[in-house]
Design a protein around this ligand. Structure first.
Ligand code: SF4
Ligand code: SF4
Length: 221
């Protein structure tokens, strides 16, 4: 491409790309509503939909797009020192946001973060994106709840292959586009290996159909 060509593709997601990505992430993760596993009987809310447990981080263009649909999403405004420190985790093209009614999800208006939860890319020892894994922090035990944070971790066999396949394609395109995010997942995968080695446990991995029968894919896990 010619230097200075104004038509070159921007690195950031453009607003008209967002519906395509949201559609790509429509596959349900399981064949049932997994919030039955974690709905808090007191608050009647899924664990991952409570901002205190998982605060959605949206691309700014994604936020702009969702705001064209309705006012279901609003910018998250921190009220504490810890909250203000959280803002440092957002990239320049990202914004923390919260939906206005977590008890009544507008499924068609879920953010990318809501749709991909609770899986994320796993980058192997070579630095290659080979599969998805469970977000480590949601595997942790919650003392107050007396169980793991996301109970779906105990039902990994229920996770649909169609979900894994379409999400793998989504992440592949995202990691190529955003080197910062590739580095984040490279580092979280390394820390997952370290944690599992120390605890003599296995990493939970979800391979896309195209890689499932390739044994050499396991060599650098
Ligand atoms: S993904 Fe996990 S935390 Fe979220 S609704 Fe399903 S079981 Fe609950
Ligand atoms: S949009 Fe839906 S899935 Fe996302 S946080 Fe709100 S209620 Fe939960």
């Amino acid at each position: 491409m010619l230097k200075g060509n104004k038509n070159k593709l921007s690195k950031d997601y453009q607003i008209d790309e967002i519906p395509y990505f949201l559609e790509m992430l429509e596959e349900p993760i399981v064949d049932y509503d997994c919030s039955v596993l974690c709905r808090d009987s007191k608050d009647d809310m899924a664990y991952c939909c409570q901002p205190g447990n998982a605060l959605p981080l949206l691309y700014k263009t994604e936020y702009q797009y969702l705001r064209t649909l309705s006012d279901f999403w609003g910018e998250w405004k921190p009220t504490t020192k810890e909250g203000r420190q959280m803002l440092e985790y957002a990239g320049e093209n990202q914004i923390f946001a919260e939906c206005s009614d977590p008890r009544n999800c507008k499924r068609k208006e879920r953010s990318i973060t809501c749709r991909v939860f609770p899986l994320e890319p796993y980058i192997d020892r070579r630095g290659v994106f080979v599969c998805l894994t469970f977000m480590q922090s949601f595997l942790e035990y919650d003392e107050d709840l007396g169980r793991g944070k996301c109970p779906l971790a105990m039902h990994t066999k229920d996770i649909r292959q169609e979900f894994i396949d379409s999400h793998f394609l989504f992440w592949q395109s995202l990691l190529l586009r955003f080197p910062r995010e590739y580095q984040i997942y490279k580092s979280s995968s390394a820390s997952l290996r370290k944690y599992n080695k120390k605890n003599k446990s296995d990493i939970i991995l979800f391979y896309p159909s195209s890689y499932k029968n390739i044994k050499s894919m396991r060599d650098y896990i």
